[in-house]
Design a protein around this ligand. Structure first.
Ligand code: SF4
Ligand code: SF4
Length: 191
């Protein structure tokens, strides 16, 4: 195994490194070390992910890191302004539980699983009102392949384990077929 030292002292170094991530993800026999300014907090998990050489383990690490990063950012913020189980789009109608209504993983205490696409999703009303983290803020996602980056943006209404399976398979065709059935199921539940 070769060693490669990444030195990040300023924004310019940071941007250069981020541009190279997609290439570095193929370095199977390189151990990355980092001498990094502590300001760039997302570098350390990226280096850690690069040093996980087993594909499945790396995907799982990236997935769990992103979920917990988003959870920490959203903690106690109530961006969707939930009151009595109704989000800000449901105050004037008889619907409840925001976007999660119809999903088999909803509960009175919120989501019972950890779905990365759901954690990244907000409707336009919320986007207009708040400064939200988006897909582009999670630079570590550049370590995923092109198809998996598409899947991460749209794989709603499933639990963590099934989401990870979709990422392991990395098949857009299978993912699309499953998504059609899933949205049909949600539509039926909401009617
Ligand atoms: S994203 Fe919008 S529609 Fe979905 S729960 Fe939040 S406020 Fe409601
Ligand atoms: S999986 Fe998504 S839609 Fe289902 S309960 Fe969790 S956050 Fe809501």
């Amino acid at each position: 195994m070769k060693n490669k030292k990444i030195i990040i002292k300023n924004v310019e170094d940071y941007n250069k490194f981020i541009k190279k991530i997609k290439r570095y993800r193929f370095y199977r026999f390189t151990f990355f070390k980092c001498d990094c300014n502590k300001v760039f907090k997302d570098i350390s998990p990226i280096i850690e992910a690069l040093n996980i050489k087993k594909r499945k383990n790396r995907i799982e690490y990236i997935y769990d890191y992103c979920c917990s990063y988003l959870d920490n950012y959203c903690e106690n913020k109530n961006f969707c302004e939930f009151k009595n189980n109704k989000c800000l789009n449901q105050y004037d109608n008889n619907l409840e539980n925001g976007c999660c209504r119809g999903c088999r993983y909803q509960s009175n205490k919120g989501c019972t699983t950890s779905n990365l696409s759901c954690k990244l999703f907000y409707c336009s009303k919320v986007k207009e009102k708040h400064n939200l983290l988006t897909y582009n803020d999670l630079k570590i996602l550049k370590l995923l392949g092109f198809r998996n980056r598409i899947i991460v943006k749209h794989d709603y209404f499933i639990n963590r384990e099934r989401f990870l399976k979709d990422l392991y398979m990395e098949s857009i065709i299978l993912y699309s077929i499953k998504t059609i059935f899933r949205f049909r199921y949600i539509k039926t539940k909401n009617n």
